[in-house]
Design a protein around this ligand. Structure first.
Ligand SMILES: Cc1cc2nc3c(=O)[nH]c(=O)nc-3n(C[C@H](O)[C@H](O)[C@H](O)COP(=O)(O)OP(=O)(O)OC[C@H]3O[C@@H](n4cnc5c(N)ncnc54)[C@H](O)[C@@H]3O)c2cc1C
Length: 157
C-alpha cells in the first residue's frame, strides 16, 4: 500500500489502516516534507499567538510500522500500478491512496491571504502597522458560498 502526501488525509489514512484488520499490509508514505503540520492551529502562529503544532513524519510512520519516504511523487502510472518518485526511481503498489492536498486560490486580489504555515510572515507584516493606529478598521473576507454554517448561530459565517 502506498500513500501519497504528508497532510492530515495521508496521516489519517495511515492510522486508520493500522487500526483495521489490514494492519499486516506493508504501508509506505511518500512526502517531500518530513513534518506534518496541523493547519487549523497554524492560524494562532499567524497572529503571533503560539508555535506551530507539528509532528515528525518518520517517527509517526514508525509507530505504526509504516515506512516514510522523504520524496515527492512525480507520476502515477495506474496501468502498471506504479508511482515515479522525485529521485527518478519507481515504486510498485497494490493499492494507492492519493492525498497531495489542494491548490489554494487567491480569491480576493490585493488581500493578504493566510494559506497556512508559510503565510505567517505576510500576516505579521500586514498586522504590524495596526498596533500604531488608534482605531484601525480591519476587513476579514471570505469567499462566497462553501464556507459552511456558523457553529453557534446557525447562520452563514
Ligand atoms: C490556515 C488554515 C486553517 C484551517 N482550518 C481548518 C479547520 O479549522 N477545520 C478544518 O476542517 N479544516 C481546516 N483547514 C483546512 C485543512 O487544513 C485542509 O482541508 C487539510 O489540511 C487538507 O488535508 P490534506 O491532507 O488533504 O492536504 P494538505 O494538508 O494540503 O497536505 C498535502 C500533503 O501532500 C504533500 N504533497 C503534495 N504534493 C505531493 C506529491 N507530489 N508527492 C508527495 N506528497 C505531496 C504535501 O507536502 C502535504 O504534506 C485549514 C486550512 C488552513 C490553511
Amino acid at each position: 500500500m502506498a500513500i501519497i502526501g504528508g497532510g492530515v488525509a495521508a496521516v489519517e489514512a495511515m492510522l486508520a489502516f493500522d487500526a483495521t484488520s489490514y494492519s499486516r499490509a506493508e504501508v509506505h508514505l511518500f512526502s517531500p516534507k518530513s513534518k506534518f503540520v496541523l493547519k487549523p492551529l497554524a492560524v494562532l502562529s499567524g497572529f503571533g499567538r503560539g508555535d506551530l503544532l507539528n509532528f515528525d513524519l518518520p517517527k509517526l510512520t514508525a509507530t505504526v510500522g509504516a515506512t516514510f519516504h522523504n520524496l515527492s511523487v512525480s507520476e502515477v502510472v495506474p496501468q502498471r500500478r506504479m508511482i515515479r518518485l522525485s529521485d527518478d526511481s519507481e515504486f510498485s503498489y497494490d493499492y494507492l491512496i492519493v492525498s497531495p492536498g489542494a491548490k489554494p486560490l487567491w480569491f480576493v486580489p490585493g488581500a493578504t491571504p493566510f494559506w497556512g504555515p508559510g503565510g505567517n510572515q505576510a500576516v505579521s507584516e500586514a498586522l504590524a502597522p495596526l498596533r500604531e493606529m488608534e482605531k484601525p478598521r480591519v476587513v476579514v473576507t471570505l469567499p462566497e458560498g462553501g464556507t459552511g454554517r456558523c457553529r453557534y448561530t446557525n447562520s452563514r459565517c
